[in-house]
Design a protein around this ligand. Sequence first.
Ligand code: NAP
Length: 299
Amino acid sequence: MEYIQVSDKLKMSKIALGFWRLKSWKMSKEELLKYLEEAIDLGVTTFDHADIYGHYTCEKKFGEALALKPELRKKMQLVSKVGIKLVSENMPENTYHCYDTSYEHIVKSVEKSLENFNTEYLDLVLIHRPDMYMNADETAKALTDLRKAGKVLEWGVSNFLPSDYNLLQSRLDFKLVTNQIELSPLKTQHFFDGTINLMQEKRMPIMVWSPLAGGEIFISAAENAVELRKVLERLAEKYSCKSDTIVYAWHLSHPANLMPICGSGKIERLEDAVKACDVKLTREEWFEILVNGMGYDIP
Ligand code: NAP
């Protein structure tokens, strides 16, 4: 497994594992611990969370598994997110679904994540979505204070378009280290809206969510998905691997330093993702996947 030196404080695995769907995996804490150990053995050490996952339950569940073997903490990078408020019976003080990047909310949410994981620091925290009500000076102060206190080693953003990124970055005297965005052969918009270009310009690695389009690549009956699957199957035969490995290879082969987050609770799927580190697609193959995923040719 390749690692990316994201900053002088933070090294992340090229493939991350995401816990958005943790609740649906229906694992006991012992089973979850086993899965974490297996992931770490594969070299997947970066674990992606958000305060809101599982209606505010996933971080705690992960923390309970980690508590069975606390020495694993130093082998992993814990990533979380802040900035969305969900109306949930698990968070009765939230009265309306909104974004909140206020000083008070960011600090409170990070403190809660630290408590959930039972850890003294988070390796990376992302502002989950651009907040159209953001006061950039206030948000930047929260990020700066938490970083200075050592509670958050590095900060990044998620789903930020270039103008969102530029605004927040303009108020910080340290670098945001990543933008986590949706990208797959079925969701290619960020190649065309300047997001990926800006990240490459800034030499920032890009964390990729739903790299398999949430599984749609393999189940959708849409014509482009059907055609895409034929291409993936042919390339899978050429590279002696499975089709999902080819999708991960499509991400990893791109020059902008993409870090896909696997969203599966099955170790064999995580193994497929890791195998992609050894598959380098040609430019022509990369474009064939892009074009078939989009469903129309490039000009
Ligand atoms: P994904 O890997 O694109 O999708 C995972 C889903 O695809 C799982 O339900 C999985 O089912 C299914 N799948 C995988 N291989 C398949 C196959 N060969 N055939 C059929 N289904 C297959 O990733 P994701 O879970 O959508 O997202 C990954 C992570 O990104 C999340 O866990 C979260 O950490 C992060 N995320 C971030 C944001 C954000 O706004 N920043 C948004 C969404 C997600 P199995 O479980 O059966 O394998």
